[in-house]
Design a protein around this ligand. Structure first.
Ligand code: BGC
Length: 376
């Protein structure tokens, strides 16, 4: 479809601006290039169910999806639901995942742009380093949607995410309700991810006033590189060593970091005794909640964000106006935004993720004796 819309735009511009647009980029149909779905040599993970080859000129809408990673459970769900919805709306999706590498994400995005996608959806590994992608896309008349993670200092067209400050607040509220006094550790996410800063802001909104009151003390506060569990494990080991294991609560920014933190607590015989938060309702995390080693997670219905983002992407491809009721400033502009509500889930509300079809009861309670499973 790109070729047609580009041609139309170019034709119109030519009429309006005569020769001044001589340098305007026309996107080729990319038919000769390598297929986006097989571009990174990681085909099983990278495929989004889209056909290889460039965006065609058959009038079909093609959405490019440039992902930070597919190595975490949630992002595979994002990809699958997004792709399915775009297909349902008559389009196709080309997915490339950069496995946490900034240069790879940039070149993959360029690949998608040069293949003439109609809209580019970006899940940024690095909030700052992805800014040039927006500029490059715009040069070719391609709109950019920042998916779940903001791209900073760029003219992003739309942003869709959850209320990430609220996520951090929910985590810290739950941990400090369970550990009302004592030493609290903050295990953050990736410093490069704008969300990690918002989660921390939210957590500190709750923790700081409690510290000022003298109820708690924030004894450790570090980011975990690339959200890796092994980085969180190291952080938690350092926090325990520095405080001689005198730790009463852990606010971990997501389920991957919670997993690392709980591993360190387990090694000290402290798992299940110290409340730990998380986020994403990953299967491993909801199993830990059922078993009692993790206090809570923050469930963000991936179906909602992926479905809405797919609708936005297809509308943007058609040149339709997208209704948004919020804006989020990214350092450069106020980006029209859709922000969805996160849902806290603990042992008493595990049913939320089961009823929503996010996980199956038998998977959630797999490690719990059957006589302790909830009545159905
Ligand atoms: C997302 C989280 C996710 C984390 C690590 C964040 O940007 O909002 O849901 O756990 O990245 O992938």
């Amino acid at each position: 479809m790109k070729k047609f819309s580009q041609r139309f735009r170019f034709g119109l511009a030519t009429v309006l601006l005569a020769s001044s647009l001589a340098g305007c980029g026309i996107v080729s149909d990319g038919g000769a290039g390598a297929g986006a779905g097989s571009g990174s040599g990681n085909a099983p993970n990278n495929s989004g169910g889209a056909a290889n080859g460039g965006a065609g000129d058959d009038g079909k809408i093609v959405i490019g999806m440039s992902m930070d990673t597919l190595k975490e459970e949630r992002w595979q769900k994002d990809r699958d639901i997004f792709t399915e919805k775009v297909q349902e709306l008559g389009g196709e999706v080309k997915v490339l995942a950069a496995n946490g590498d900034d240069a790879t994400q940039l070149s993959q995005a360029e690949q998608l742009i040069s293949q003439g996608v109609d809209v580019l959806v970006v899940i940024a590994h690095n909030a700052e380093a992805t800014a040039p992608i927006v500029e490059k896309a715009h040069k070719e008349g391609i709109k950019v949607i920042a998916y779940d993670r903001m791209i900073n200092n760029a003219e992003v067209d739309y942003y869709i995410s959850f209320d990430n400050v609220r996520v951090g607040e929910l985590q810290a509220q739950a941990v400090t309700a369970a550990a009302q006094k004592g030493n609290i550790v903050y295990i953050g996410g990736a410093d490069t991810d704008n969300n990690a800063h918002m989660f921390k802001e939210g957590a500190m909104n709750v923790l700081k006033p409690l510290e000022e009151k003298g109820d708690i003390k924030i004894v450790y506060d570090q980011f975990s590189k690339d959200w890796k569990p092994e980085e969180a494990l190291k952080n938690m080991e350092n926090a325990l060593t520095a405080n001689k294991n005198d730790v009463q609560g852990v606010v971990a920014a997501n389920d991957a970091t919670a997993g690392g933190a709980i591993q360190a607590l387990t090694a000290q015989g402290m798992a299940g005794k110290v409340p730990v938060s998380g986020q994403d309702a990953d299967l491993a995390a909801v199993q830990r909640i059922a078993e009692g080693t993790q206090l809570m997670t923050v469930y963000k219905p991936i179906k909602s964000i992926a479905t809405k983002a797919a609708e936005m992407a297809v509308s943007a491809a058609k040149g339709e106006n997208i209704g948004t009721d919020k804006t989020v400033n990214n350092g450069k502009i106020d980006v029209p935004s859709v922000l969805l509500d996160p849902i806290p889930v603990d042992k008493s509300s595990l049913n939320t993720v089961i009823e929503d079809g996010f996980h199956k009861l038998e998977d959630v309670y797999k490690n719990v004796p059957k006589d302790q499973w909830p009545q159905q």
